[in-house]
Ligand binder design. Structure first.
Ligand code: PYC
Length: 336
C-alpha cells in the first residue's frame, strides 16, 4: 500500500490549509488542525487526519458553523457555560478552559458545560490540559443514535465516550478515553474504507443479526462494550451531557441531522477536581499512594491507559506520521 510521511508541522499545515480554504475562521481552523494532528500523532487514526473528510463534509452540508464566536459565561460559582453557537466544540473548550481551571482552584471542583457544539474530537485532548494543570478531570459527550442498548436491537445511544485523567507531576498523566460502544464509529468507518471485516461483537445488522461487515453495522446498530455495563454507562453519558446541561441526547442529535449525515450536535460536560483543595497539606502523601497503585498495575505487566499514546507521540515527534496515499489524496482534494 502506498503511503505518505508527514512531519507534525506538515500534518498541521495540511489540516489548517484544508480548513481555511473551506471557509473556517482562523481560530476554528487552528483549533481543529491542532486536534486532528494530535490524534494522528498519538496513534489514534480514528480521530486523526481522516476526520478532516467528515469535518468538511459536515460544513458543506450546512450542519456546522465555520466562524461562530463562542461565548463563555460564569453560570454559578463552580459552573462555566460555553456556547459554541453551532460550531465545532474545540474553540469553545479552548476559550472556556482558563475559567474552568480558575473555578476549580477556587472551589475544589468545577464543571464546564459546552452547549450547541458539533462534536467529533477525541476527549483525551480535552482532559490533558487539565491534568497538565495538576487537576483530575472527566469529560463526556453523547453523539448520534448509532448504538443499541443491551437487550435491544435499535440504535438509541451514541458512542458516548468517557475520558478520565489523573495528574502525575512530571510523569505522563494517567488518561483513558474510551467509547462506551465496543469501538468508536470512526474505527468501523476506517475498516470499511480499508475493505476489512470488523471484529465480532462490534455491531449487528438492521435485522439484529451479529455481523462483521462494517457497512451492515453502519446501517444497523453498534453494540456497547461489556453488555449491560457499557449500556448503563452510555445511558449515564446521555443524561449528564444531555438533559443535565440542557442539550441533546444522541437520538435528538440524529433527528436534528435529519438525514444530512453530519457529525453529532449537542453538548459536552467536563468536570475538574483539584487534589490540592481536597487534601490540603496532605496532598503529596496521598498522590504518592496513587503512584503505588500505578506501579502495582505495572508490576503485573499491565499497561497504564495512555502509555501507547505517549510512545506513539514520541515516535511521531521524531519520525512524523504516515497515512495512506489514498487518504492523503482525498484530504488534498478537499481544498481543490
Ligand atoms: O467515531 O465514535 C466516533 C464518533 C463520535 C462522534 C463522531 N464520531
Amino acid at each position: 500500500m502506498e503511503t505518505v510521511n508527514l512531519s507534525l508541522a506538515e500534518a498541521y499545515a495540511l489540516a489548517h490549509h484544508v480548513l481555511s480554504s473551506n471557509g473556517f475562521s482562523e481560530a476554528h481552523a487552528a483549533a481543529i488542525a491542532k486536534n486532528v494532528t494530535a490524534g494522528e500523532r498519538d496513534g489514534c487514526a480514528s480521530h486523526g487526519l481522516w476526520r478532516l473528510l467528515g469535518i468538511v463534509e459536515t460544513l458543506r452540508k450546512g450542519k456546522v458553523a465555520a466562524d461562530a464566536v463562542p461565548t463563555v459565561t460564569s453560570q454559578a460559582p463552580a459552573i462555566v457555560k460555553a456556547d459554541a453557537k453551532g460550531a465545532y466544540s474545540l474553540l469553545a473548550f479552548e476559550q472556556a478552559l482558563p475559567l474552568l481551571i480558575e473555578k476549580t482552584r477556587q472551589c475544589g471542583i468545577a464543571a464546564l458545560a459546552i452547549n450547541h457544539c458539533v462534536h467529533f474530537s477525541a476527549l483525551f485532548a480535552d482532559v490533558e490540559p487539565l491534568t497538565d494543570a495538576g487537576l483530575v478531570a472527566l469529560a463526556t459527550t453523547p453523539s448520534h443514535a448509532w448504538v443499541a442498548p443491551a437487550g435491544g436491537t435499535q440504535p438509541l445511544f451514541g458512542t458516548n465516550p468517557i475520558a478520565f485523567g489523573w495528574p502525575r507531576g512530571d510523569k505522563h498523566p494517567f488518561i483513558f478515553d474510551m467509547a462506551t460502544s465496543a469501538a468508536a464509529r470512526g474505527e468501523i468507518q476506517l475498516h470499511h474504507r480499508a475493505g476489512k471485516a470488523i471484529p465480532e461483537g462490534w455491531g449487528i445488522d438492521s435485522e439484529g443479526n451479529a455481523t462483521t461487515d462494517p457497512q451492515a453495522v453502519l446501517d444497523g446498530a453498534m453494540l456497547t462494550f461489556g453488555g449491560h455495563k457499557g449500556s448503563a454507562l452510555a445511558a449515564m453519558v446521555e443524561l449528564l451531557a444531555g438533559p443535565l446541561i440542557g442539550d441533546m441526547t444522541s437520538r435528538e442529535s440524529l433527528a436534528w441531522d435529519d438525514g444530512a449525515g453530519g457529525l453529532p450536535y449537542g453538548g459536552e460536560l467536563i468536570l475538574a477536581l483539584d487534589p490540592a483543595r481536597f487534601l490540603g497539606e496532605d496532598a503529596d502523601a496521598h498522590l504518592a499512594r496513587a503512584e503505588t497503585l500505578f506501579s502495582g498495575m505495572q508490576s503485573q505487566g499491565a499497561r497504564l491507559p495512555g502509555e501507547r499514546r505517549y510512545l506513539s507521540r514520541l515516535a511521531s515527534q521524531e519520525q512524523g506520521v504516515t497515512i495512506t496515499q489514498s487518504l492523503y489524496d482525498d484530504i488534498r482534494a478537499l481544498s481543490a
